[in-house]
Design a binder for this molecule. Structure first.
Ligand code: HEC
Length: 143
């Protein structure tokens, strides 16, 4: 048997076993869950290092609490805000209103990647959610 045939043969075997292997699904699930936990922990570290002082986690501080913010803001809005809040606030009356209410504007954090921001939001969303603490959102339209 030449090498090319051998390669085809081993590929076929891999597909055969990957499709039927009873251990593969739980292993894939465990790997996915571990990756998820790791991402949430990275988000926790970043969030507590850079955002917690103002936004806290599950209730508002200087800035509003941010759990489930993706139900009210597109990810593009959130990302642009974190990269350059002054720009978003100057272009958006709703954001301007919230800054006026808070009495201050947040600093920009251009060092964060989209993945890191998603990790921070996933971390917040993984915490217990109390809708009473989010009554300020009741008239919010999605931005
Ligand atoms: C020095 C205080 C401060 C820090 C630190 C800070 N923020 Fe803010 N943030 C604010 C204030 C004030 C506002 C405006 C009021 C509001 O919308 O909550 C705001 C607004 C926002 C908004 C827009 C909310 C909306 O509905 O339009 C997002 C998103 C946000 N912050 C995310 C973050 C993230 C993520 C971090 C950490 C990387 C962070 N902030 C760090 C003070 C801060």
């Amino acid at each position: 048997m030449n090498f090319r045939k051998l390669r085809h043969c081993s590929l076929a075997l891999i597909f055969l076993f990957a499709g039927n292997c009873i251990y593969c699904q739980p292993i894939a699930k465990a790997v996915g869950e571990t990756a998820n936990l790791l991402r949430i922990n990275v988000g926790k570290i970043l969030y507590h290092g850079h955002c917690y002082n103002c936004h806290l986690t599950t209730s508002s501080g200087t800035g509003k609490a941010l759990q489930r913010i993706r139900e009210y803001r597109t990810f593009e809005y959130i990302y642009s805000y974190i990269m350059n809040p002054a720009k978003v606030v100057s272009e958006n009356p709703e954001a301007k209103r919230l800054v006026a209410e808070a009495g201050s504007m947040m600093p920009a954090f251009p060092q964060f990647s989209k993945e890191q921001i998603r990790a921070m939001l996933d971390y917040l969303d993984s915490l217990p959610f109390d809708s009473n603490k989010y009554s300020f959102r009741k008239n919010w339209k999605k931005l």
